[in-house]
Design a protein around this ligand. Structure first.
Ligand code: SAH
Length: 207
């Protein structure tokens, strides 16, 4: 299925610009992945479900309010930040990763799609200085580590609606008991019907 058809199944109100951006995304990654491997070979054919739709689970589980600012921690090739930035053209995203070649690919994708609401930076999470309303992240670190890295990276006037939104999978029992903070767990299987999401969760850690 074309990426845009899959995304439209769950997000029927995309603008033409968003549709063409989602349509182009798999092709851009195909091309770049041959030069710099940022998505596993197995996953590149499954990009629409495993990367694009998975990233957009955040938009269903924890919709981001207009005017928010968002840090994508350990973005790798741009997930979840790039699909979310296409979906939310008026929200500002800062994508960071500790590996420079990944940020290079992210910047190529940003240029190709003319995404003006994303900046990407080669920096470790621990060194980020700005403050945000949300941190989004997938497959980077255990929940407690994510909290330790980012709890000072939130705006001072935040409310309980703001916090860390992490895409996670597998058995999270130990990881979440080690967090020692309140959290919400949303099953992506309740949002998207594809088998890939069977064990996948959105974990929200309010600040
Ligand atoms: N979020 C992407 C990549 C996951 S792989 C995706 O889901 O596809 C984990 C990424 O986190 C790697 O790109 C790694 O370089 C980055 N990373 C790990 N520790 C980090 C840290 N302390 N600061 C910034 N990036 C980090």
């Amino acid at each position: 299925m074309l990426a845009v058809d899959l995304i439209s199944k769950y997000f029927p109100d995309l603008s033409e610009k968003q549709q063409s951006q989602f349509d182009l995304l798999p092709r851009i990654y195909q091309e770049w992945n041959d030069k710099i491997n940022v998505v596993s070979r197995k996953d590149i054919d499954e990009l629409p479900v495993r990367h694009i739709l998975h990233s957009l689970a955040i938009a269903k589980a924890k919709p981001l309010p207009e005017g928010s600012t968002v840090l994508d921690l350990g973005t790798g090739g741009g997930f979840p930040g790039i699909p979310l930035a296409i979906f939310y053209p008026s929200i500002r995203f800062h994508l960071v990763d500790s590996v420079g070649k990944k940020i290079k690919v992210v910047n190529e994708v940003i240029d190709h799609l003319s995404l003006s609401n994303i900046t990407a930076e080669h920096i470790r999470a621990e060194r980020v200085k700005d403050t945000y309303d949300f941190v989004v992240t997938r497959a980077v670190a255990p929940a407690r580590q994510l909290f330790n890295w980012t709890h000072q990276r939130f705006k001072k006037d935040i409310t309980a609606e703001q916090g860390i939104i992490a895409l996670k999978g597998g058995d999270l029992t130990d990881e979440l008991s080690a967090l020692k903070r309140p959290y919400q767990e949303i099953a992506i299987a309740d949002i998207f019907e594809e088998d890939f999401f069977e064990t996948k969760k959105v974990i929200f850690i309010p600040m």
